[in-house]
Ligand binder design. Structure first.
Ligand SMILES: CC(C)(COP(=O)(O)OP(=O)(O)OC[C@H]1O[C@@H](n2cnc3c(N)ncnc32)[C@H](O)[C@@H]1OP(=O)(O)O)[C@@H](O)C(=O)NCCC(=O)NCCS
Length: 323
């Protein structure tokens, strides 16, 4: 981590969202990168490796700083996941915990043209620099329709608390949609995070693997109750909707078992996804064309200005030409 980035993290307000801290850190790191002025393949590969280290280092450092602890460094670790956990906890993780996080990071590493990866590709297609494209990706990941759903899931499961409350909670949350307009139904607060997908119509294959991990991790850490809540939510959604479960649902239970708080979940997603973002970016640089979709205008046909609009426009032109 460039010292300037470490200093920057000390200046951020402790209630800053972890993804805002990460996005800002990547942006600053762009100006300190040894290859800042090069977009050559070797330079971009070197930047990709540096970003794959910077992201876990920043995420871990920010979690410690915002919880009143000093950031730590470590010389070596047995794996990338173990390195991150050691930076996070200040001590080496058990083999089992490192293995679980390694699997989680691998499952999150890439997922075709999801929104954040697409944002990175759009950036790269303009031939902007790799850090700038990754800033766009982190910014896009944060939204509750994408990676942000991860933290909403854990917050929801903790709010439900008791398995016996899951059914009525889901009933109420889905029931709250009745009578709302289409626009109002788009509000994340009247959706159930962890369900639905822009592409999949069946359960995400990764969710099955994560469910198994969530179960064993919850048993190992005494957090079975939260896993049970998740199971009841899953059943309640199955009984009431055809929405498939997505990757963010059971991963939230795994994060809880790892001691990760809700607003930190999406940062773990970023620690895994930085590999995919960089791989897509390098591919786009290597075989590039500007990404520029067309818009199909479906608004009102051209029409004359109403008399009062014309008067306002004329007054505004007259006053700006005087000044
Ligand atoms: C991911 C997501 C944005 C995909 O959306 P989409 O395929 O474009 O579907 P739409 O947003 O058009 O929704 C289609 C319908 O299903 C409903 N719906 C979609 N996901 C829903 C959810 N999680 N809970 C309740 N209703 C949902 C929508 O409200 C809409 O119903 P309506 O037409 O009556 O308003 C959407 O499923 C969602 O918001 N999920 C929750 C957030 C989440 O888990 N994101 C992570 C994705 S990996």
């Amino acid at each position: 981590m460039p010292p300037a980035v470490a200093d920057l993290l000390q200046t951020l307000p402790h209630d800053a969202h972890p993804l805002d801290a990460l996005r800002t850190a990547v942006s600053l790191a762009a100006t300190r990168d040894p290859d800042a002025r090069s977009n050559e393949p070797d330079a971009n590969l070197a930047k990709a490796f540096r970003l794959m280290t910077l992201v876990p280092e920043t995420v871990a450092a920010w979690q410690r700083i915002r919880t009143g602890r000093a950031a730590v460094s470590t010389a070596a670790a047995t794996s990338h996941a173990a390195y991150f956990l050691e930076l996070l906890e200040g001590r080496a993780p058990s083999r089992e915990v490192a293995r679980v996080l390694d699997l989680v990071l691998t499952l999150h590493a890439d997922h075709e043209l999801n929104a954040s990866t697409f944002a990175a590709r759009v950036g790269v297609a303009t031939l902007t620099d790799l850090h700038a494209a990754i800033v766009a990706a982190v910014a896009t990941l944060k939204g509750p329709r994408h990676g942000g759903a991860n933290e909403d899931v854990l917050a929801m499961l903790l709010e439900i608390g008791e398995p016996s409350r899951a059914e009525s909670y889901i009933e109420a949350r889905l029931g709250a949609r009745a009578g709302l307009s289409k626009h109002e139904r788009g509000n994340p607060r009247v959706r159930v995070p962890g369900f639905g997908h822009r592409v999949y119509r069946v359960d995400d294959a990764r969710a099955r693997v994560l469910r198994g991990m969530a179960k064993s991790m919850a048993e190992a850490t005494g957090r079975q109750q939260l896993f049970e809540v998740a199971e009841r939510v899953y059943d309640a959604m199955r009984a009431r909707t055809t929405l498939p479960v997505n990757v963010d649902f059971f991963s939230a239970v795994v994060y809880d078992a790892l001691g990760i708080p809700p607003d930190f979940c999406t940062s773990i997603f970023a620690v895994g996804r930085i590999a995919g973002w960089c791989a897509h970016a390098l591919e786009q640089y290597a075989d590039n064309r500007l990404i520029r979709p067309r818009a199909d205008y479906i608004g009102s046909a051209p029409r004359p200005l109403a008399a009062d609009q014309r008067r306002r426009m004329e007054t505004s032109i007259a006053s700006s030409s005087k000044s």
